[in-house]
Design a protein around this ligand. Sequence first.
Ligand SMILES: NC(=O)c1ccc[n+]([C@@H]2O[C@H](COP(=O)([O-])OP(=O)(O)OC[C@H]3O[C@@H](n4cnc5c(N)ncnc54)[C@H](OP(=O)(O)O)[C@@H]3O)[C@@H](O)[C@H]2O)c1
Length: 331
Amino acid sequence: MAESFVLNTGARIPSVGLGTWQIEHGAVSDAIYAAVKAGYRHIDSAVAYRNQKEVGLALQKLFEDGVVKREDLFVTSKLWPGNHAPEDVQEDLCSALEDLRLDYVDLYLIHGPIRIQKGTMFIPENLIPTDIPATWGAMEKLYHAGKARAIGVSNFSCKKLQDLLAVARVPPAVNQVECHPVWQQDKLRKLCQSTGVHLSAYSPLGSPGSPGYSGPNVLSNPVVMSVAERLQKTPAQVALRWGIQMGQSVLPKSADRTRIGENFDIFDWSIPYDLMAKFSAIKQVRLLKVEFVVHPNSGYNTLEDLWDGEVEYEDERTENQDHSDFLRCFS
Ligand SMILES: NC(=O)c1ccc[n+]([C@@H]2O[C@H](COP(=O)([O-])OP(=O)(O)OC[C@H]3O[C@@H](n4cnc5c(N)ncnc54)[C@H](OP(=O)(O)O)[C@@H]3O)[C@@H](O)[C@H]2O)c1
């Protein structure tokens, strides 16, 4: 089964990437080193995760120790929401490359259809409306310069992706979105397949316990657990294997050596057709709704505006939850 998928650039994206959001300072290097030793060739990073310098040190050590060469790895970074102005995009990538100790990234994403004023913290008061066509024009320049071997977006709904495709001269190679058995993104997946955009799944395990996430736990979902039991695999392995069988790359985060290995041990077995069919019975709920972006300054008056209707409330509590922990992760 696919150990990589082909992007519309012709490059291959490895189907399992190590997520690096919320890996504690001091633990990033060990996690990346362990992952690459275990066979991972794809690392997902972002300025917003505030640990990119440590990612860079880990990559340098891997190259110096001769574990892998630069060309063996697929490294992603993402544009900071305060640097959407076209004149700031190149500098944002240059600074990410400096931190990562690389000459180019394999994939550079607009982190979301969310923008804040330059030089400010990621809090609601600093939000401003996006101008995605203008930002994308600057992303295209980085692609043509070879600094980003592929460019793409993240957290884009079907409508926002279609709007971008209508104006892009270089079409996005990837849309990185929340995707797991509890939020399967069927509509977006179909659009991505028909337009040649690769869907990459963040929070493929449902990001258990993470700030800002609310709703059912993916790893204790009865379908996921029963398939795991039938196949003698863990729920995490089933969630990830489901993802790659649906055609998406998956980006599990772990800082634990055993779980890093477990999450990569998904290639020499598969979920049979009859068990794959069971996933369609799972009630669908977006777990990361990012409610704080609904603010007079952002241009998003409702969650419907932000996600273009691709959201479902589980209950009243999710509308009123406290977002301070989530914001602290980025500020
Ligand atoms: N583009 C975006 O806006 C965006 C948003 C969110 C995430 N992402 C990317 O996607 C990556 C993954 O998403 P995520 O970090 O939100 O969540 P996730 O990968 O779905 O879940 C990570 C959590 O699951 C635990 N875990 C890992 N492997 C496990 C296993 N085998 N069994 C049980 N628990 C396990 C981890 O704990 P341990 O570390 O203790 O193992 C951690 O608490 C991020 O790190 C980031 O790179 C992107």
